[in-house]
Design a protein around this ligand. Structure first.
Ligand SMILES: Nc1ncnc2c1ncn2[C@@H]1O[C@H](COP(=O)(O)OP(=O)(O)OP(=O)(O)O)[C@@H](O)[C@H]1O
Length: 259
């Protein structure tokens, strides 16, 4: 079943006297249970595309379908029941949480707001999820500033999955983390994906990271998808010059690291 489809999506920004074509006529669909990576250099339009799909910003043109329903012109009220089903996790876990409240309270509130489980089960439910992502439940009593980036990103994952989403966008969620922690978070996401039958769009500038998690990939350049398909095929047999460049930059970093 088709989970997400976008058709001729466009978002331009007026900056100074000029126009930035952040997303410039994008078409694609993602089926239920698929993990797609969206790969491209900084500024290619990846985050803007992610925000458009979730209707965090409005497109200038084009259409967005979720579960086959055209949500492009849905109002805030119409979007409310869908918000829980479409979650986004961002690069910087320190801005995900409000620094003045304990982590637990923030996750409990969001589970209560969306009425995911009965009030009396909320704490037990979240504690279970904390264990699932290998975090001690005592962390729920801490403030964001008391946690490491990796711990906080796991908490952001708990908050997102606690709402039982159907579609998850991860926007550069491992970019700010050490390589060993990156691997742990990617493995965690893979486990979650199969446990929860999630459909995932994993945004990253690093096609090497994309390859670890995704089955398929969209390569984005200057607001357009220039190549897409099965990631192993594209990694070993890229057609577009831009994709070749992305791959060779990953390979050259690896080679330098190995020397
Ligand atoms: N609100 C905005 N106002 C003006 N320009 C914007 C806005 N949001 C994004 N842009 C511009 O749109 C282009 C695409 O930005 P976007 O953040 O989507 O790219 P990206 O591929 O996610 O890159 P990065 O990983 O660096 O965020 C960039 O040139 C950016 O400066």
């Amino acid at each position: 079943m088709e989970k997400i489809r976008v058709r001729n999506l466009k978002k331009y920004f007026k900056v100074g006297g000029g126009l930035i074509k952040a997303v410039d006529g994008v078409d694609f669909s993602i089926n239920e249970g698929e993990v797609y990576a969206l790969v491209g250099e900084s500024g290619s339009g990846k985050s803007t595309l992610g925000k458009l799909i979730l209707k965090l910003i409005e497109p200038d043109e084009g259409e967005i379908f979720f579960n086959g329903i055209n949500i492009t012109r849905f109002s805030k009220e119409q979007m409310r029941p869908l918000r829980r089903k479409m979650q986004m996790i961002f690069q910087d876990p320190f801005t995900t949480f409000n620094p003045i409240y304990k982590i637990g309270n923030q996750i409990f509130e969001s589970v209560k707001f969306h009425k995911v489980v009965e009030h009396s089960f909320v704490e037990d439910y979240v504690v279970q999820l904390m264990r699932f992502v290998a975090l001690h439940p005592d962390i729920l009593k801490k403030y964001p500033s008391q946690l490491s980036g990796g711990q906080l990103q796991r908490c952001a994952i708990v908050r997102a999955i606690s709402l039982k989403p159907e579609f998850l966008i991860c926007d550069e969620i491992v970019s700010a983390l050490d390589v060993s922690i990156q691997v742990q978070i990617i493995e965690l996401l893979k486990a979650l994906k199969s446990e929860l039958n999630l459909t995932v769009l994993f945004i990253t500038h690093d096609i090497g990271v994309a390859r670890r998690i995704a089955d398929k990939v969209f390569v984005m350049r200057a607001g357009k998808i220039v190549e897409s398909g099965i990631i192993e095929k594209i990694f070993y047999n890229p057609e577009h010059e831009y994709t070749k460049r992305l791959i060779s930059s990953v390979l050259s970093i690896k080679t330098q690291g190995e020397n």
